[in-house]
Design a protein around this ligand. Sequence first.
Ligand code: ATP
Length: 304
Amino acid sequence: MNVLETFGLGVRYGQTWAVSDCTLAIPEGRIVALAGSNGAGKTTLLHCAVGLTEATCGTVGLLGDLPAGSLDALERIAFVAQDAPLYRHLSVNEMVEVAANLNRRFDRPFASARLRALDIPVKRRVGKLSGGQQAQLALTLALARHPHLLMLDEPLARLDPVARHDVMALVMTMAAEEGVSVVFSSHVVSELERVADYLVLMAQGRLQLVGPIEDILAEHTVLNGPADEAERVGEHLCVVHAEKAARRVQLLVRHDRPIETPIGWEVDAPSLDELVLAYLRDPSLVGRSGPVAVAATAAGELAQ
Ligand code: ATP
């Protein structure tokens, strides 16, 4: 089953296409890094998935074929928005009550235990909590629903390093123990690198890379060699990015089958961070995306 599937999805605001021509299929059980620069369309894509934004064209399906925004879908997904919207005038306890009344699956003991462990004063008004505490509260309310799909828009932005680590560890545990599929959006891929196993990379509203991180990394190689040979070596390769330093050059190359190492050159595996940075530098670059990536991923999943 795919937890999130879009076909030809587009969202236009006036003259701007916030998301355009977006076709992807994310299989269940994945921890997805949804990455891209500012304004790439990450929030718009997530808002479409949870029914907060209407698509201008194309379709979005959740958890098999539930329409985005349908009651069936909303019961089984949880979304934590970038600004962690909470009722600021309510106390933490009252906020938990509101959330519990809105969802049949809400697990009060889980929420209370987590708030206690985080030392969040439950009688305090939400508006008086620190930014990090508000983010932790929003995340607790989302997790207490034991969703099948958890979508988090920039969940770490307001957290200190220890809280970031703890949130990641908790989400990983829930993914392992309850099989929750997770989509994290972030600008900072290095933060997601340890936990994510699937990448959706966007630039200017379009998909650049979509697929299992392992496969995407295997399709890219770094070649190091003499700068004056760069043109000759790069001529028959798909060079994503070239970086010169003194008399050496580093080529990030994309390939669908193993490449031969040119004589006198060294090969290296790129890190995810390096690879994402190279794509972000050039929004026109497209690797795996659209129906081809969907078909490739489906074939990969079947083979496993
Ligand atoms: P960031 O990382 O900065 O949060 P993002 O990748 O989440 O960015 P979006 O917020 O989805 O990007 O925005 C994508 C584009 O759509 C941007 O150009 C933004 O200005 C535009 N946009 C988003 N929401 C609206 C709106 N309600 N009205 C008009 N334009 C919008």
